[in-house]
Each structure stands twice: as structure tokens, then as C-alpha cells.
Write a protein that binds this ligand. Structure first.
Ligand code: CUA
Length: 150
């Protein structure tokens, strides 16, 4: 094997190691939830929200040209939300503005991520993946109510 080929292989291996340890570092040290892909089991076909307790929720969302269902959610301040997301047609994006949540809604698959809302306010949801003529109208919102109201 040529010495340059060996150098390129070693360099590629080092780069892959850097990426791998960057993921481990973000997942464990910085507590950033890395989105997971749940094997599609057909366990939900209808979008719905499940309340587990006062500040713990599960959202089963479906993206469809050109809306998110449900598209208007309300939770109390301090809530932790497990978000399950799938698509009914094409690949859509799901970005919660100001929360650093950026996942994909993929037909035939379920994407799962967990979000905690420490601050009251209105968080917009945007589709960030071009999905057709109505893409720019595809949005939703999450309202987080202040603690004093519950
Ligand atoms: Cu859905 Cu863009």
C-alpha cells in the first residue's frame, strides 16, 4: 500500500473518532438529548397528547402537507415533553424556535426527542425542510403558561 493511502486512511479514522466523541460528549456531559429513531410499530395513527402528570407530557405528532397535528399546544412552565413525530406523506422538518430542537418527520418512522420548557412564553414551530407548494405556511406553536396560573 502506498504511504499516502495509509495517511488518508489514518486521517479519516481520526476524523471519525472526533465526530464520535463529539456526539458522546454532547449526549452525556452537556446533557443534550440526541434525537432517536423509534422503530415504526404502528402504535399511533392519530395525533394526540398524553398527560402523565402536572408537568410531564407525551405528544404524538403527525406532519402532513402542510400542517402539524396537533399544531397548537399548551403546557405549564417547567414541563417536560416527550415528543414523538411521524409524517403522513413526505419528509418534513420540525424546528422549535429558541429551543434548539431540530428534527425530521419521516414517513414510516418515528422520531423521538425530549424537550423541557423552563420559561413561559410562546414557542413557534416551523417546518424547515422544503416539502411542497405550501411549505412556508407549515407552522405551529407551543404556549407555556407561567407557574402562577396553576
Ligand atoms: Cu413541511 Cu416544509
Amino acid at each position: 500500500m502506498n504511504k499516502y493511502e495509509i495517511r488518508v486512511i489514518v486521517l479519516a479514522g481520526l476524523l471519525l473518532s472526533v465526530f464520535f466523541f463529539a456526539i458522546l460528549y454532547n449526549d452525556f456531559s452537556r446533557n443534550i438529548d440526541v434525537p432517536a429513531c423509534v422503530t415504526y410499530s404502528g402504535t399511533y395513527k392519530v395525533p394526540h397528547v398524553k398527560k402523565l402528570d402536572r408537568t410531564t407530557y407525551e405528544v404524538y405528532g403527525v406532519a402532513k402537507m402542510w400542517a402539524f397535528m396537533p399544531d397548537d399546544l399548551t403546557f405549564p412552565e417547567g414541563s417536560t415533553v416527550d415528543l414523538y413525530l411521524t409524517s403522513d406523506d413526505v419528509v418534513h422538518g420540525f424546528n422549535i424556535v429558541k429551543k434548539g430542537v431540530n428534527v425530521m418527520a419521516v414517513p414510516g418512522a418515528i422520531t423521538k426527542t425530549t424537550v423541557t420548557f423552563e420559561q413561559a412564553g410562546v414557542y413557534r414551530i416551523l417546518c424547515h425542510e422544503y416539502c411542497g407548494a405550501g411549505h412556508q405556511y407549515m407552522m405551529g406553536k407551543i404556549t407555556i403558561t407561567p407557574k402562577k396560573y396553576y
